[in-house]
Write a protein that binds this ligand. Sequence first.
Ligand code: FAD
Length: 652
Amino acid sequence: RKWWSSLRNGLSRVSRAPAGYRAIHRRYDVIVVGGGHAGTEAAAAAARVGAETLLVTQKIDTIGALSCNPSLGGVGKGQLVREVDALDGLCGRAGDRAGIHFSVLNRSKGPAVWGPRAQLDRQRYRDFIQAELLATPRLEVMEGSVEELLVEEERPGRHRVTGIRLAGHAPPLEASSVILTTGTFLSGFLFLGQTSSPGGRIGDPPSSSGLSRTLKETLGLQVGRLRTGTPPRILKDSVDLTLATLHPPDQHPTPFSFLNTHTHCKPEEQLPCYLVRTTPGVDRVVMESLDDNSHIQEDTKGPRYCPSIESRVLRFPGRSHQVWLEPEGMTSNLLYPQGLSMTMPPDMQLRLLRQIPALHRVEISTPGYGVQYDYVCPTQLCPSLQVKTTQGLFLAGQINGTTGYEEAAAQGLWAGVNAARSALAAPLLALSRTESYIGVLIDDLVTRGVTEPYRMFTSRAEFRTLLRPDNADLRLTLKGFEEVGCVSAQRYNEAVRVKEGLEEAFSTLGSLSRSPRDWRKTLETSSISQNKGGTLTATELLQYNDITYDDLAAALPESLAPFLEFSQRLKIEAVYRPHCELQKKEIQRIEREEGMYLSPDLDYLSLPVSLSNEVREILDRVRPTTLGAATRLPGMTPAAIVHLLNFVTQKN
Ligand code: FAD
């Protein structure tokens, strides 16, 4: 009882929201349901594109809440944050404002796969997001629970969204587009030990069953079930940190946002994390608790790459696992033990934690728990994130089977862009997997679907040497302003300035050509082989591991000093240039395929081409929008692609 009431009271104190959040109008261009990471980006993006937008969420207080880990970014995820920022989204700037420990992961690998990451102060993150939303023109925010989606049938099997109905007796609100971002709340159930109760997150009720019903019964959408869990939060002053390994932040914090040159938290103010390891005693407690742990006994799929301690012990018995102790805020006395997500009864949780030497006297503030929720199988969406069979209905975030704030934010932004464009009668847009991680994420979801919670990795992006965190602004900000309409003029002007600066710098570097012997003398370096003949440009020199732009600029200050602000970007770009040139050819092939549209009305089952029944069924079920998307469907054979290609070319 005591634990459940602490669960209901929420993870940490939240500030009371200012009063007066009411829908002012009865009709909007776009209504966004849910104020999590997808919903906040969606609402802000829709308003930036020019749509009159309403964000409706259960509690104003929890807008921008970090339900689980107090961190942002990481390998693959950091790339998403940089791209959301390049499209003028919120999470990158929020991360820079709330970060209390910055580090770039994967430094031992090439810069293309570095993962910018930060530990966050939960309250600061939420405050920043709420303040940004309140200051966004054309955006209203309202507290309320959406009970039902209003739709009209246009013809059998095809619907159009018309608005939403709220709980209580409020009149319905009309909209041209609705974006659902209900996270873990759709038919959500919380699990702790052998008890379970309806809930979307600790302290929050689930989304109403009316919403699930409209999706399943009225719209006929295929809905599945997934689960996830979170660790107990522990009191820092009950931990013996002398028995843990200190993990300091980077001395020079790298901001997420292209608009920031430094982070809000000064380098010397950052807080450390700590590393500890599980012991055989942890395995013992897990095994003893299994009968009292209903979440772990369920067949529902959980996040493979962020497994609970129960799953880790069952999969790898006898192995010692890493546990990171992460600060929850600048002044918070709570630590988040990353790696110890668990759902056993609270007394067993305490016993388990105390098997780790540094935690032998630990006290729990809030126990870990699990959540199971409905998700909508994302192959039913177009690359714009609109539901294929329902005009004006868009889905983003965990409702599409993903896990993580960054994945949610990325989808939210793109759904917001397209929902606004749909409402304003502009054509819907897709991001390609050749130009962005956001494109990879959405393409994976809508063509392959999910069988377990989907998270981003750099290995999912075929063109990762081109899709680097350092160049997301050049890839997306210009397009975001010129074609999409979601980027401010201020950010656009800055991206243009950077682009022109880099081009000028490369032109200068290319014109500085000398013999290897001359360069050896000028730079006083032995890394250029004596036996190398011909000439080398300064761009080629930058491809040497130990020659930096700063070295070159020190030797040739008149030509190169003006571009010192781009020093790291120039080095990275020069290193990857030869490989990127090769990748661009492959991209041209993919772009040709992506340009070949497959009509949504194609009757695959009786198409007059040689396709096996199995392939016909896959195509009929998923209805890929381009030939490129068809090639990536699981089960598609090279022969089937050739037949389809011939069919499309003949038709065109
Ligand atoms: P959420 O952040 O969940 O936001 C949903 C929002 O919708 C909420 O504001 C809610 O109030 C609102 N809402 C829902 N229904 C309605 C309605 N009918 N009317 C109005 N508003 C509504 N991620 C990881 O990467 N790793 C993990 O290990 C992990 N563990 C997690 C453990 C738990 C217990 C939980 C709850 C989440 C966990 N997450 C984890 C997931 C992470 O929190 C989500 O990926 C992320 O928050 C998804 O963002 P979202 O915007 O889709 O949904």
